[in-house]
Design a protein around this ligand. Sequence first.
Ligand SMILES: [Zn+2]
Length: 293
Amino acid sequence: MKKVCKIVTGIIFVFVYKTAYCQSLIELPRPVVFTETELTLEEDEMCIDSLIHLANEGNIDSLKVPASKLYGYIWDNQFVNPYRQNVIHMPDTVMIDFSQYCHPNKNVVTSDFGFRRGWRFHYGIDTRLKVGDSICSSFDGMVRIVKRGRAYGHYVVIRHFNGLETVYAHLSKTLVKVNQVVRAGEVIALGGNTGRSTGPHLHYEIRYLGQPVPPRELIDWENYTAKYRIVDLCAQHFAYAEELEKIRYYTVRKGDTLFGISRKIGVSMDQICRLNKIKKTSILRIGQKLRYT
Ligand SMILES: [Zn+2]
């Protein structure tokens, strides 16, 4: 009798435990953007399961897309940054959930976020790949753009529930459609060498309200993992953009020489050469932009 009691108790325990655990998995809220004072999923925010359900019924509008309130209900399928938001001086810290993070292409970094050739700014990070390598979505989200551009080549932009957007460029093939709901880690495209690209690589950007965030501050590029489970995004992440605003350029005109430009703008030839990574003997092109601050 005692043995039977033990078995029955055991079965009841397993049943109760399983039910409770499964229930907690089902009810676990999906990550959203939340501020310090607002840490719960808002009633009208979409979670991925309800979004998939709506998408299957063809019932999607800009009110129902991920982080719709944050983005002012703008859902654009053409422009990478259609938002007129100035986040450079954002006053508050925004907490972004990185617990889902999946690395888009596990390979070495070949070019970093930052200045290139003196004045061009690289808003993403590049990783080496072979044409045809799988590219994954970093978080759950919804595909906002699938397009071919002159610079980006074939590219995909995804809006995520945590408030970020990610850009994947120079792809050989895209495997998703606009308004498609994707899960973290899902293969969305194949790597390639399209657009302004000198070899097969993935150009990857992380953006918040349209403004790129330096990817090394968020992700460990050696171990392919997120640096933090929750990122406190603040104005400091956009300090580079403030520096960019201060930069001045001179556009080379017909008949200009480096000596003449130097005298005209009052900046030494050495400084112009250093800032633009050119030599005093370099030939200037009409229309070329020379950084001088
Ligand atoms: Zn790039």
